[in-house]
Design a protein around this ligand. Structure first.
Ligand code: NAI
Ligand code: MG
Length: 354
């Protein structure tokens, strides 16, 4: 039989983005060979790379290619080079999320014994953590009206519609059913009106559609403490855009390295966007130092959530786990491998599994 064709759009972006994307593409090619899939890759401009090449952080060509793909894999955007300029690399990512209709960002964290050993927290507190943050992506203060007033003051408006809260809640409850059946919804309902609406809507969707799930509400400030004190208590953490941005970064250090963690952004019907949670890491860019694992695990999420290829995704995850357990890592985890060599170690592990 002819192999199935999958279109994968690659957006390397800035800083370490091109390096981690190159390592990940090699892994996907090997998976394609083993499982007889025809992965057709195309590369497109985004962020600072787009600004430099065509004075646009999000060229129309990039949007069209992403919408026509089965899944999009992004490196990272941004860096000091574009600070203070009118065109901002982040506009590329925010605009793409909007163009693709992405409304939920999933960030899983599973802390293996190897990762627990490197965590800044005690091993007993973090080992066995298995949670997923569900962050709303289209609303809140990041997308609200913003500007400067005549008196020199500035403003950012936070707003949420009922529909925005409903759809992300449903998605989080559905994932919870496949996991340990617990959702913690995080807000600041003692102060913010958008948070009071958030709590009302989540409570209603839970009661009407997912009563079998255990729902708890938490305030974002105390949640920030509890995530350090007892992170194992949590299963699905559901929250709005900015709180999710901040809590995700807090959670990312529990596992010992920001370079290890993947993310998926899912839309309604169209392709998803998959990217490591780290940024462009300008301090180590261009030196073959970046850990490619976050991007490689993002590719596994692309295979699972985007293409429905569960065995292929699990094969990548098993290879990553084996390589980390063997201590074959980049410098951020105390190892000696470069980005390329770390990717090749994972490819060797995939070959060994098959
Ligand atoms: P960052 O995630 O780029 O770097 C934070 C620290 O983690 C740095 O010390 C970096 O060297 C290290 N690090 C990050 N990724 C790594 C990897 N794969 N392997 C090993 N070490 C790694 O965050 P930072 O420094 O706050 O931001 C740098 C730039 O990236 C900024 O322009 C920021 O706006 C942008 N950014 C972009 C994101 C995206 O594209 N989704 C997300 C976060 C930041
Ligand atoms: Mg962030």
């Amino acid at each position: 039989p002819t192999p199935k064709i999958w279109k994968i759009a690659l957006l390397p972006g800035d800083g370490v983005g091109p390096e981690v994307i190159a390592a990940t593409k090699s892994v996907l090619q090997v998976i394609g060979d083993f499982y007889d899939h025809d992965f057709q890759f195309s590369e497109h401009l985004i962020g600072g790379a787009g600004i430099d090449a065509v004075e646009n952080p999000l060229p129309q060509e990039t949007i069209d290619a992403c919408l026509a793909s089965n899944g999009v894999l992004l490196g990272a955007v941004g860096g000091p080079k574009w600070d203070g300029q009118k065109l901002r690399p982040e506009q590329g990512l925010l605009g793409l999320r909007k163009a693709m209709g992405l409304y939920a960002n999933l960030r899983p964290l599973q802390v293996s014994p190897v990762m627990a050993h490197r965590s800044p927290l005690k091993k007993e507190i973090v080992e066995g953590v298995d949670l997923i943050v569900f962050r709303e992506l289209t609303g809140g203060v990041y997308f609200g009206d913003k500007g400067r007033n005549d008196d020199g003051s500035a403003y950012d408006v936070c707003s949420y519609s009922i529909e925005e809260i409903e759809r992300v809640s449903r998605a989080a409850f559905k994932i919870a059913i496949q996991r340990r059946g617990k959702v913690t919804s995080v807000d600041k309902a003692n102060v913010m009106e958008t948070s009071r609406l958030w709590r009302e809507v989540v409570t209603r969707i839970h009661a009407e559609e997912f009563p079998q799930v255990e729902l708890k509400h938490a305030l974002v400030d105390s949640m920030a403490m509890h995530l350090i004190q007892r992170p194992r208590d949590y299963d699905v953490i559901l929250t709005e855009n900015m709180f999710g941005d901040i809590l995700s970064d807090e959670i990312s250090v529990l596992g010992g390295s920001i370079g290890l963690l993947p993310s998926a952004s899912l839309g309604s019907g169209g392709p998803g966007l998959f990217e490591p949670i780290h940024g462009s890491a300008p301090d180590i860019a261009g030196q073959d130092l970046a850990n490619p694992v976050g991007t490689i695990l993002s590719a596994a999420m692309l295979l699972r959530h985007g293409l429905g290829l569960e065995d292929e995704a699990a094969s990548i995850e098993a290879a990553v786990a084996a390589v980390l357990a063997a201590g074959a890592t980049t410098a951020d985890l105390g190892g000696e491998l470069g980005t390329r060599a770390a990717g090749e170690a994972i490819i060797d592990a995939i070959r060994a599994i098959h």
